[in-house]
Design a protein around this ligand. Structure first.
Ligand code: HEC
Ligand code: HEC
Length: 391
């Protein structure tokens, strides 16, 4: 419930005393209007009616194969913590000049990514060195780390990096680092209320900021695609993998052909994609190495989940491919040899695989990738800005 102005509360009390007898005298009207909290004035957050960030997952996300990937285990998502995370995620005060929020590079209507190959930073001109990553299903990744090059060990640690990045949000060492950010957040009255609500006191620490942002990122689950609608009807509790071999009723014949190509290994006439981009979360297998974009590559890259992959172009760590057609053509004929290249993309002689797909099969794979994309989350307040001035 929002705080109701005192005068209205008073009249409601009078109205409630309608028991036929003459009302006892109403409480005296407050001498001054009660102060509305900064949280209520500036945001649409209602602490008495939090959004539901822990809604039930489909059964096929609850199998041992999926739950063992869950990096929320031991760090549970709460509605209060994720609500604080949402405010931080959309708050441009997290940048040195109040110009950029996490949400500006991770746009919910674009699968939490960005159409720009390299995102514009807080100064409005500098660009990031890598393409913005989609955030859906980041929760189901038990691999060595986050970011394309896996340098952040946890989502908690990851969340503090863009804040301190000289291009992204600008609280780098030269600008006081996280200490300067915390001093700034201490001056914003709504955070005292939010941190007290979540943590029991108003102390702002980088650990608390990281934990709340990580909870919010983990709450971005992707289970609403056309692929999900079909898979939900074919998977089998007893034999979860059996559903994989069945055509999905929500997909066209071409999309189902693409689904089979995605699933089957190259030796069985497929393209072997699911060996690394694993259904039903389509997060990367933890043991995946690189996919051979460049000859001689030594960095072991990760990929975000392929859910919502068609929502915004710019593929791979440097956004080098504008379209999914180019991505599929690369896997078909373009994989390069190098120390980091994964075994799954090598022939028995160690050289990169050449899939030799027909034009129809390449098109089918692209069509299938489109079925992993949800319609933009309109009307879901969890994924929109809570700030009144943004609406
Ligand atoms: C200026 C644009 C920009 C801003 C602002 C930004 N990001 Fe990012 N984000 C990126 C880019 C680019 C990458 C990939 C960077 C890399 O790998 O080096 C990324 C990667 C990530 C990842 C890694 C995903 C994965 O699967 O490994 C997460 C999580 C993330 N950002 C969350 C956030 C949060 C939380 C904030 C706010 C505190 C934020 N980002 C602010 C551009 C941005
Ligand atoms: C050996 C594991 C592996 C296999 C097999 C594999 N990929 Fe990937 N995929 C990756 C890695 C690693 C990346 C990230 C590479 C980078 O950016 O440096 C990636 C990136 C991608 C991306 C871009 C994601 C983004 O957010 O930009 C798409 C799309 C993709 N793969 C689709 C496929 C398809 C389709 C197939 C089958 C033809 C496939 N992959 C097979 C490991 C794999």
């Amino acid at each position: 419930m929002r705080l109701t102005p005192g005068i209205l509360v008073g009249s409601l009390l009078i109205g409630c005393a309608g028991d036929g007898t003459s009302p006892v005298s109403a409480p005296p009207p407050p001498t001054e209007a009660p102060s509305t909290s900064a949280l209520v004035r500036l945001t649409t957050i209602d602490l008495a009616r939090l959004d539901d960030y822990t809604r039930a997952l489909p059964g096929y996300y609850l199998t041992p194969n999926v739950t063992r990937l869950d990096n929320a285990s031991g760090r549970p998502i709460t509605d209060a913590g994720a609500t604080l995370g949402r405010v931080l995620f959309f708050d441009r005060h997290l940048s040195i000049n109040d110009r950029i929020a996490c949400a500006d590079c991770h746009d919910a209507t674009l699968g939490f990514s960005d159409t720009a190959r390299f995102s514009v930073g807080h100064d409005g001109a500098s660009r990031t060195a890598a393409h913005s990553m989609r955030l859906g299903n980041a929760r189901w990744y038990d691999g060595a780390g986050f970011f394309w090059d896996r340098r952040a060990p946890t989502l908690e640690a990851q969340a503090l990096e863009p804040i301190q990045h000289p291009v992204e949000m600008g609280f780098d060492a030269a600008h006081g680092g996280l200490g300067a950010l915390i001093a700034k957040l201490d001056t914003l009255p709504y955070y005292a209320e939010l941190f007290t609500f979540v943590y029991g006191d108003a102390t702002i620490t980088s650990e608390r900021i990281g934990a709340a942002l990580a909870q919010y990122v983990r709450s971005i689950t992707s289970t609403g695609s056309r692929w999900d609608a079909g898979y939900a009807t074919t998977w089998d509790v007893a034999l979860p993998d059996a559903g994989l071999s069945r055509p999905l009723p929500t997909l066209t014949a071409e999309e189902n052909r693409g689904w089979q190509l995605f699933l089957l290994p190259p030796g069985q006439g497929g393209a072997g994609c699911a060996g690394c981009h694993v259904p039903p979360t389509f997060s990367l297998a933890a043991n995946s190495r690189s996919n051979g974009l460049d000859a001689g590559e030594t960095t072991i890259f990760k990929s975000p989940s392929l859910k919502n992959v068609a929502a915004a172009g710019g593929y791979m760590h440097d956004g080098r491919f504008a379209t999914l057609e180019q991505v599929v053509a690369f896997y078909d004929t373009g994989i390069q040899a190098g120390p980091a290249l994964d075994q799954r993309l090598r022939r028995p002689d160690g050289q990169p695989v050449r899939l030799g797909l027909s034009a129809a099969d390449r098109a089918a794979l692209v069509a299938f990738l489109g079925t992993l994309t949800e319609s933009a989350p309109s009307g879901d307040s969890r994924f929109t800005s809570p700030f009144r001035e943004d609406s």
